[in-house]
Design a protein around this ligand. Structure first.
Ligand code: NAP
Length: 294
């Protein structure tokens, strides 16, 4: 029976450290880290994500700035708003909630974002730094996964790691981080052949696919660490819904050595890693050090 990786508890510990250092920055340097969120349109899931990010930022002691724009906003207006936030000295991190409504060019928006404030690490500059072994701001969900691996597995050098999914937001940066931690990394995607056989070799199996319970227990090497990034809303009967991951959790936990639940695993780490990135960005922009515990 696998150890259940408690993302909620890890996130709570990191949150405490961030809040404590935020209070210290304010008291000693008069610096209040500022996080700006930009929401375009009225997608209900995006509204919930942004609301939670703003609430967490405020609870931690950050300044929270919010820009809301209609779905039919002109591309130039959106770019102008992002540029204005990029030059606002009280804003240290900017998060543009993706996906944008149809007709808006995400790349043009990312190009308008100051990479020093790119707390989602989606700009080519931050992706390039990660690739070059000089990572500064790292995409939040993969950063959260690495913290969980550090806490629950420790040294992962030499392990066979498989990342299923190759998105810019998760799969690609996760593979780079695992490589930087000296894993032997395989990336799989929808065109990969015989995924179960590839999966059975993995000491660390990371799934970010977006398909409910897609990875089966007999794909998992006994004792492997299984990280489930997927968040899928499925019917639970009587008109109710529940969240499940990309791993067939109940069966997988009988085979794996350690496994993240959904919810309460990786997802719990993502928002707090966004706050961590905002703190890193605020300190870097003000030439202040971060404590080694952060
Ligand atoms: P995405 O952009 O939706 O891409 C999905 C990836 O899965 C693609 O690379 C795709 O391959 C691959 N894929 C699809 N079907 C496959 C199959 N049958 N076999 C193997 N690979 C397959 O991915 P994402 O944005 O990274 O999101 C993935 C999941 O993670 C979603 O459920 C999302 O909600 C969740 N997520 C959670 C968090 C969190 O905070 N916990 C954060 C981000 C994402 P191709 O490239 O070949 O199409």
């Amino acid at each position: 029976m696998a150890t259940v990786i408690d993302g909620k508890a890890s996130a709570a510990r990191l949150r405490e450290k961030i809040a404590a250092y935020t209070a210290e920055l304010k008291a000693k340097h008069g610096l209040v880290p500022g996080l700006a969120t930009v929401l375009v349109g009225k997608d209900p899931a995006s509204e919930v994500y942004v609301k939670n990010k703003r609430k967490t930022a405020e609870a931690i002691g950050f300044k929270s700035v919010h820009v809301e724009l209609p779905a039919d906003v002109a591309q130039a207006e959106l770019v102008a708003q992002v540029k204005a936030l990029s030059t606002d000295p009280t804003v240290h991190g900017i998060l543009v909630q993706l996906p944008l409504p149809k007709g808006l060019d995400e790349n043009a928006v990312l190009d308008a974002l100051d990479p020093a404030k790119d707390v989602d690490a989606l700009t080519p500059y931050n992706a390039g730094l990660l690739m070059s072994g000089r990572a500064h701001l790292v995409s939040c969900t993969p950063a959260g996964v690495m913290l969980l691996l550090k806490e629950y597995v420790g040294d992962i050098a030499g392990k066979d790691a498989l990342v299923i999914g190759r998105s810019l937001l998760f799969g690609k940066p996760a593979a780079q981080l695992l490589l930087a931690a000296n894993c032997t990394v395989t990336m799989a995607h929808s065109r990969s052949k015989d995924l179960p056989a590839i999966a059975r070799r993995a000491d660390i199996l990371v799934a970010a696919i977006g398909k409910p319970e897609f990875v089966k227990a007999d794909w998992i090497k006994p004792g492997a660490t299984v990280i489930d990034v997927g968040i899928n809303r499925v019917e639970a009967g009587e008109g109710k819904y529940k969240l499940v991951g990309d791993i067939d959790y109940d069966a997988a936990k009988e085979v794996a050595g350690a496994i993240t639940p959904v919810p309460g695993g990786v997802g719990a780490m993502t928002i707090i890693c966004l706050m961590h990135n905002t703190l890193i960005a605020a300190c870097a922009q003000n030439k202040l050090p971060l404590p080694s515990s952060l």
